[in-house]
Design a protein around this ligand. Sequence first.
Ligand SMILES: Cc1ncc(COP(=O)(O)O)c(C=O)c1O
Length: 372
Amino acid sequence: MSDFKVITGPQGGRIILDGREMINMAANNYLGLANHPAVVGAAKAALDEYGLGAGAARGIVGNFRPHEELEEKLAAFKGVPAVSIFNSGLTANLGVIPLIIGKDDDVFSDELNHASIIDGIRLSKANVHAFPHMDMTALEEMLKESEAENKLIVTDAVFSMDGDLAPVPEIVELGKKYNAKVMIDDAHGDGVMGPHGRGTVDHFGVRDGVYVETGSLSKGFGCAGGFVAGSAELIDRVNKQARTFIFTATPEQVCMASAAIAAIDLLEESDELVRKLWDNREYFLEKIRALGYDTRTTQTPIIPVMTYDEEKAQKLSAELFENGVFAQSIAYPVVPKGQARLRVMVSAAHSREDLDAAIMGFKAAGKALGII
Ligand SMILES: Cc1ncc(COP(=O)(O)O)c(C=O)c1O
């Protein structure tokens, strides 16, 4: 038994949480695909066709047609030569980083990078140079001093707690100037950034300067799983050597692979959901800022509503819950001390009524607690 809140019924703009209907401002289900009929239908059809368990690792007899098809689709969607799928974004990072860098190499990592990047670096045993968040001057100084032959710069594309965007073009330039490989984790950019949600690298038009990209299927795509995207040579090495790929029976569940194929097909066909996500984001952001909340410098549908004080963040989340709105409070160690906040997530699954009701909830809760 956990002390987590329990959701009954599907993920969506509204959910049943601990038995109460809530406006859901906490999920990474950016496009509402977690409960989209085409995506759920594809998973059901795959269950009928392939059954449930994969029965073996991909390299033995667990390589099903949907795995191959998903990798081909993702590679075309992302505009890369090849892709390898994993059972999560977390295991994609853990698996690929130690293949790119090792003991005598230097890795340059934004201090706010996701935990799975930090742990992938630990596994690699490379020398870590954590640069202050998005500080390109500091990064350049570190690169200048590096004598390592093999260098890697790694960053989240969209930072998951602040919703700000890494300066990917500048990072690519520095990579070229100092002969460092560039790795981008676009877990929160896929389905969100760029035309048809092809991601942040596409948004900035810097595909050529990125050596490897990792992503998640659990957020914009509404499914579960992760992937590594890169050159055919790198992906071949991933398939043969990445420990979190080869030592697991199901790098990706067969029915999930089929669901993810359907999600990509939807994105290829139309950018309507991506546009709705951004329209909703503009609508909500303007209104929450007008209430007087501090939302920092977000550039995406991840909106940090800052309280700085941890107790205040918890109280605001609890008061919102009483008002029928669920927004998760986040504190140390997920964010630095004194930087507590609600992490508010806008989705294409929200109707305007949902967003208006959420704003009413924020108004009532913020006034009751003297935050606004
Ligand atoms: C930047 C980043 N990378 C990787 C992950 C892990 O993705 P997954 O949920 O597929 O394990 C996340 C999600 O928490 C993330 O925010």
